[in-house]
Unconditional design. Sequence first.
Length: 95
Amino acid sequence: MAQIAIAKKHSLGHAKAKAAAEKIAVDLHERFDLHYSWKGDHIEFRRSGLSGALHIGKETVSLDCELGLMLSLLKPTIEAEVHKQFDKYFGRPKK
């Protein structure tokens, strides 16, 4: 099994960051049948071959997940998509 851990700073404020996280969760549910539930300031999610949590802080958002054997083969692709979605919903990094 492979693990993914990605963190990103944001400047949305806590309420807007939680709203952005909800949009991501809804999108993932619709596209990949990913089941999720809120537990305080984080979203726990799962589906066959994948489980983890998206943590929403006042200044950071982080993803920790574990991939099953089949999805482990797609780890680089999944990580690239996570970075893309984080940039889309939480802002692009400053250069």
